[in-house]
Design a protein. Structure first.
Lengths: 145, 225
């Protein structure tokens, strides 16, 4: 086996399949976390501040709009993973989740359906990471042969 | 065929195992957050529950659908219809119209990209747009790399070359030009952009998201202030 000095990922980029999709996959996860934070984090912040007598009433349009935009960003990040794993599996729940979230925020709200929308988005992100890692492993095996 | 000296089980890579544990963890997190969110919302009287100016759900959906279809069609003044809808529907309507605009423009682009250029050329010929038909037929005949030169060859002067070079900026400006319906409207521009194969879809989507944002932002900013 060769004992060549390992190339620095900083200089030469990560080895093929070194992770589940690099910045793009991490971006999808971050967008998903930001969607959760925009939704429940805002509620928690309002509740926390109201405990100290500070009443906040955020603009509903901006609040809902932020959640919708972040959900769509999650879907876009997941969809970008197509180039890596060529599977529609994560894209379908991502589209369904963001469409449901848009409907809930813009047309008619339902808390149980909101949980379902978050679950669909989360499953899409997980499937994207899993398939990205698998594609990476396959590429690594191909390179090793 | 010789066996590998060290047999590696096929599914031994941690990255290739189905993330069942992570999925269960996600389910738990979402359930807890949703339950807590519901309880907190009830305690402090805040939620995402739509409050004022909520027309019938079906009316919203029908309006959105008609708008997306109208916007995606060539020669329809979609931006003007969108402006009217934003004024009619108020705060939440602004965001809805913006999202529907993105969907419609992406649809028109994909229609242009997926429909064969020869079919589009025949359609233009039927509509008596002979020059547009010839242009599309010429584009279809030339290889992808030579399409820019093919377009530049057909027109004289410095400006067409510059416009082709900065085609994304030109498209954004054209989209915001009042009365662009006579040049095909937003739907027609998207259709031609897709048919030309000179625009990448992600960049086009990003461009549209930025190019169509000034109007909704101008309408939202006074409300925020």
């Amino acid at each position: 086996m060769s004992t060549a000095v390992r190339k620095s990922p900083r200089l030469h980029g990560p080895a093929p399949g070194a992770d589940s999709g690099g910045y793009r996959a991490r971006g999808a996860l971050a967008a998903m976390a930001a969607t959760l934070l925009a939704c429940y984090g805002t509620l928690a912040a309002i509740a926390f501040l109201s405990a100290f007598g500070i009443a906040l009433s955020p603009d509903q349009a901006i609040w809902k709009g932020t959640i919708v935009v972040l959900a769509l960003s999650t879907t876009a990040s997941v969809a970008a993973g197509w180039r890596r794993h060529r599977s529609p599996l994560p894209i379908a729940p991502a589209i369904a989740g963001s469409a449901l979230m848009s409907y809930l925020m813009l047309v008619h709200f339902d808390r149980a359906l909101e949980a379902l929308a978050f679950l669909l988005l989360g499953l899409a992100v997980l499937a994207d990471r899993h398939l990205g890692a698998r594609a990476g492993c396959a590429a690594r095996r191909g390179a090793d042969r | 065929m010789t066996a590998h000296p060290i047999a590696v089980p096929r599914n031994n890579d941690a990255g290739t195992r189905p993330p069942v544990r992570a999925a269960l963890l996600l389910l738990g997190i979402v359930a807890v957050l949703n339950g807590l969110g519901g309880w907190l919302g009830a305690q402090i009287g805040v939620g995402h529950l739509p409050q004022a100016h909520e027309p019938l759900d079906a009316l919203w959906l029908a309006l959105a659908l008609v708008y997306v279809l109208a916007m995606a069609l060539p020669f329809v003044p979609g931006i003007e219809i969108g402006l009217g809808l934003m004024l009619l529907l108020g705060d939440t309507g602004i965001l809805l119209v913006y999202l529907c605009t993105q969907l419609a423009l992406a649809l028109s682009f994909l229609a242009g990209r997926l429909v064969p250029v020869a079919v589009l050329a025949a359609l233009f010929r039927t509509l008596k747009f002979e020059r547009a038909s010839q242009l599309l037929a010429g584009l279809a005949a030339s290889p992808r790399e030579e399409r820019l030169q093919c377009l530049a060859r057909g027109v004289a002067g410095r400006w067409p070359g510059r416009v082709l070079k900065h085609r994304y900026v030109a498209l954004a400006l054209m989209l915001n030009l009042p009365g662009n319906a006579v040049a095909g409207g937003a739907g027609g521009l998207g259709l031609l952009a897709g048919a030309s194969r000179l625009f990448s879809f992600p960049r086009y989507c990003l461009l549209m998201a930025v190019a169509t944002s000034p109007l909704p932002l101008l309408m939202l900013l006074p409300r925020v202030a």
